[in-house]
Design a protein around this ligand. Structure first.
Ligand code: FAD
Length: 421
């Protein structure tokens, strides 16, 4: 087997994907003395892990994710202690305009509090105390002071740096083309620059995981949702906490500016997979109508041309399209800023500094898949984070590391099994 320059011929664990999930798992494994290699087809954090809002939240998470969020909150502090990832407990506030919204929050809190979240309900006066410069008066909100923010690209690259410091091999511009089984239960990981052996492989390929697994004959229900985001420079007076105002979201950035978006600034492109996975996703589309809009356009024909089966010796789709870089919906992003400015006058004259789009990888139940793959000994996936994987990334790294080592993770991974679909 031709080995990849500057990499050993074999490692204990190979990881496909250098987003927050791949590098956090590599960090946890390398700290435990396990030899690990990460393969990233472009650069660390080139896709979701640099394009996200940077929220590190427990608020309004699905209950199975809450133990991950609580563990992550602690780990972010530890990571920030070692390298600057822009993490701080800024606090996060979800605002309510209507009694129905308030009830929604209260119901969630009743079920989440026994799991250890430190969130509280706020009344109208308390919301005003948190947002003294707001024009609108909300009837209440849901607040967590320990939730916070981090800088997405800085954080993912910082964690990759920590993993390297502990001996992990992190290889950029090196697409993993596929896998094959070797004798003795080891995998051969075929990359565009040669092959390497590994006892276990973790697929943490974000929006590409379905294609990678599909080539191995493993069906993973996953689609992409296109989101649009913008940033502004600092404003005066500043807004110090991250706020979800239902029709806008805003979080303070380490550079003094703000990242602005909204939950309903997302589109799902109709692609061939939309039909293949229709049965799985129909209930989610019905439930989220109004939040996610379906669009038919060029994406359909582009994805129709993507090869779904490929071998290790030719160029694969992972090399043909190095980075998923969808253009933002300018109208949707600008409308978030407009709505923010209606409430916080300081943003009325704020210019747009940058605007970007990002594909979110989603599963039918909006929960991630953190799981062994049945029938493929030594193959694991950690993917499908459905728009919430950045904040819990460090915790997922810890539990995924235990999973691939066949050790008992401290958090129950049963809700995240692939076999639930
Ligand atoms: C606009 C937006 C806002 C979001 N906001 C938040 C938020 O505020 N808080 C939060 O918690 N989450 C948020 N998310 C979600 C969060 O960003 C993701 O859940 C998280 O980054 C997923 O990390 P990942 O490592 O699984 O995937 P990614 O970051 O997408 O990384 C996967 C990597 O795998 C690489 N790859 C794929 N296939 C191969 C291959 N064959 N060979 C080599 N490399 C490969 C890709 O190039 C990519 O770099 C948001 C996402 C978006 C897009």
């Amino acid at each position: 087997m031709k080995s990849i320059q500057s990499l050993p011929e074999r490692v204990d664990v190979a990881i496909v994907g250098g987003g927050i999930i791949g590098v956090s798992t590599a960090y946890a494994l390398s700290r435990a003395g396990v030899s690990v290699a990460v393969f990233e087809k472009s650069t660390i954090a080139c896709e979701q892990s640099s394009r996200n809002w940077g929220w590190v939240r427990s608020l309004m998470r699905d209950l199975p994710e809450i133990p991950l969020a609580l563990l992550a909150n602690r780990l972010w502090d530890e990571i920030q202690g070692q390298t600057d990832v822009g993490f701080r407990h800024s606090g996060i506030l979800y605002l309510a305009r209507t009694p129905a919204e308030l009830d929604d929050y209260r119901r969630w809190l009743d079920t989440a509090r026994p799991l250890g979240v430190d969130a509280v309900m706020l009344d109208r006066t308390q919301v005003s105390e948190h947002l003294p410069n707001a024009r609108e008066s909300w009837i209440g909100g849901l607040y967590s002071r320990s939730d916070g923010v981090a800088e997405p690209a800085l954080a993912t690259q910082g964690i990759a740096g920590l993993a390297r410091r502990h001996g992990a091999h992190v290889r950029e511009h090196c697409a993993a083309r596929g896998l094959s089984m070797r004798g003795g239960g080891a995998w051969a990981v075929h990359t565009e620059h040669g092959s390497i052996q590994a006892d276990a492989v973790l697929v943490a390929g974000g929006a590409w995981s379905r294609l990678f697994c599909g080539n191995l004959g493993v069906s993973l229900p996953q689609l992409k949702v296109r989101a649009s985001v913008l940033s502004t420079p600092p404003v005066n007076p500043p807004l110090d906490i991250a706020v979800n105002g239902r029709d806008f979201t805003c979080r303070p950035r380490a550079d003094g500016g703000y990242t602005v978006s909204q939950f309903n600034a997302s589109y799902t492109d109709i692609v061939p997979d939309s039909f293949r996975l229709f049965r799985h996703f129909l209930p989610a589309w019905v439930k989220s109508s109004g939040l996610v809009k379906l669009r038919f356009g060029r994406a359909f024909f582009r994805e129709l041309r993507v090869k779904r089966r490929f071998g290790p010796d030719g160029v694969t789709p992972f090399e043909q399209r190095r980075v998923l870089d969808p253009g933002p919906s300018r109208a949707a992003a600008r409308s978030s800023l407009k709505k923010l400015a209606q409430v916080f006058p300081a943003f009325e004259t704020a210019p747009v500094r940058e605007m970007w789009g990002g594909y979110i990888d989603v599963t039918p139940d909006a929960l991630p898949i953190i799981s062994p793959v049945a029938g493929h000994v030594g193959l694991y996936v950690a993917t499908g984070f459905s728009g919430h994987g950045f904040g819990i990334g460090p915790a997922v790294g810890e539990v995924a590391a235990k999973m691939v080592l066949n050790q008992e993770p401290e958090i129950d991974l049963a809700p995240f099994r692939l076999s639930r679909f």
